[in-house]
Unconditional design. Structure first.
Length: 175
């Protein structure tokens, strides 16, 4: 299956930590705005918070229907299986991926327990798989034109700071 044959765009995983458990509603309205504009789609979002002296609270949501989640699981499984070089293994992995997402979520109990162990009292954390829907038409046009991605990386501000620091150290060493 080629990228052009899928209905999914590039997916990014974000892992976030917050030093609080109460929010003023600043994040969800922006997420909704991006979803309504067709810019992103939430494949899966797992949010946990641990109030001081309280029980762990878990919220999980997805924009995918059950059929879309199964399709996404099959696609992920097939891509992993293709890495083995065996069509038979790719098919087995596609089936396993589809079964894994039958409940509609990519993140399961192991991720909940991992976050519950990592989140101290008085803080929150989220893990989100966000699909970049805006990239689908661009990807399709690149493929139609015979283009192939040679690199596909996100450049974060911290990366640029690190490049500057390395350049500075190299210049100091040359003096």
């Amino acid at each position: 299956m080629s990228a052009a044959e899928t209905s999914f765009g590039p997916v990014q995983m974000l892992v976030l930590e917050f030093d609080r458990t109460q929010f003023a509603g600043e994040i969800m309205p922006e997420l909704e705005r991006l979803k309504e504009a067709g810019i992103i789609r939430v494949i899966d979002l797992l949010f946990v918070r641990r109030p001081v002296g309280g029980e762990l609270e878990v919220v999980q949501t997805s924009d995918l229907s059950q059929d879309e989640a199964v399709e996404f699981g099959a696609l992920v499984g097939a891509l992993v299986g293709l890495g083995t070089g065996s069509d038979e293994e790719a098919m087995k992995a596609a089936v396993a991926g589809a079964e894994e997402l039958e409940d509609g979520h990519f993140f399961g109990d192991s991720e909940v327990w991992y976050l519950s162990d990592a989140v101290p009292e008085g803080s929150s954390a989220a893990v989100a798989l966000i699909e970049h829907r805006w990239a689908i038409p661009l990807r399709d046009k690149i493929i139609e034109a015979g283009g192939v991605a040679l690199a596909d990386e996100w450049i974060h501000p911290a990366d640029l700071v690190a490049i500057g620091a390395a350049a500075s150290m190299a210049a100091a060493a040359a003096d």
